[in-house]
Ligand binder design. Structure first.
Ligand code: C5P
Length: 222
């Protein structure tokens, strides 16, 4: 369960991971890192001690934040494992690429000689840490293209999260990059709050307020 005080040491992950297929090609997703960087900046502004583990992004490193760069899901897992124990809370905004090459090629893969690629799942990083979180808080993020609230709720239990920030993509609602988004904050007690048309800085502020209240153990309706 959560600590009885506001989390001071905050571990944030941000951005996509990149899974190399060969020396010049990779598998990834559309994450820009905006959300995680906004959380890191806002946490720092509140005087918290922040470590930001970041996948490849075009964003400026936030001042006053310990920044750790990673590329692949495997590297992200290693960095998270190293940092997790020293923090009070993990806010996992990283868009981990779910698949990686079973055997990345040392040479550029030949188009004419290759008809399909053999992929395998990446490890569920936050799920593994959630299982061993003890008195730390763990908040996940997710992005769905359908049944976003139901799927988000399932992930809270499956990944041992204290809460999740659910996002969705539709042709009318593209949440990537610097834009206003609709999100839902769901906690492990079944409470839900939908936030509409918020900037990522606004979401970050509300998320950190929410994390503080979860840490204080308030089972109030959020
Ligand atoms: O991709 P998914 O919707 O399962 O992501 C939910 C949460 O799980 C996110 O916080 C994401 O960072 C995390 N995740 C992870 N390892 C993966 C996939 C997702 O930690 N391989």
């Amino acid at each position: 369960m959560a600590k009885l005080f506001a989390p001071h040491k905050i571990l944030v992950t941000a951005g996509p991971t990149r899974e190399m297929l060969d020396p010049v090609r990779f598998l990834s997703n559309l994450s820009t890192g905006e959300m995680g960087y906004a959380v890191a900046r806002e946490a720092r502004r509140r005087g918290r001690k922040v470590t930001l583990i970041s996948g490849p992004t075009a964003l400026k490193k936030p001042a006053g934040v310990r920044w750790v760069g990673i590329t692949s899901a495997r590297e992200l897992e290693r960095a998270c494992r190293r940092q997790f124990a020293q923090n009070d809370i993990l806010i996992m905004t990283a868009a981990v690429c779910d698949f990686t090459a079973a055997k990345p090629s040392k040479q550029k893969i030949s188009r004419t000689k290759t008809h399909s690629l053999h992929l395998m799942q990446t490890p569920d990083i936050v799920g593994g840490l959630g299982r061993r979180k003890r008195n730390r808080l763990v908040i996940g993020f997710c992005l769905e293209t359908r049944d976003w609230l139901r799927r988000a709720r399932e992930k809270i239990a499956r990944k041992h999260l204290d809460g999740i920030v659910a996002n969705y993509y539709s042709p009318a609602h593209n949440p990537f990059g610097k834009r206003r988004i609709n999100t839902a904050f769901l906690d492990a007690f079944g409470n839900a709050r939908i936030l509409k048309k918020q900037s990522k800085t606004q979401v970050a502020r509300k998320l950190l307020d929410w994390a503080d209240s979860l840490a204080l153990g308030f089972r109030k309706k959020i």
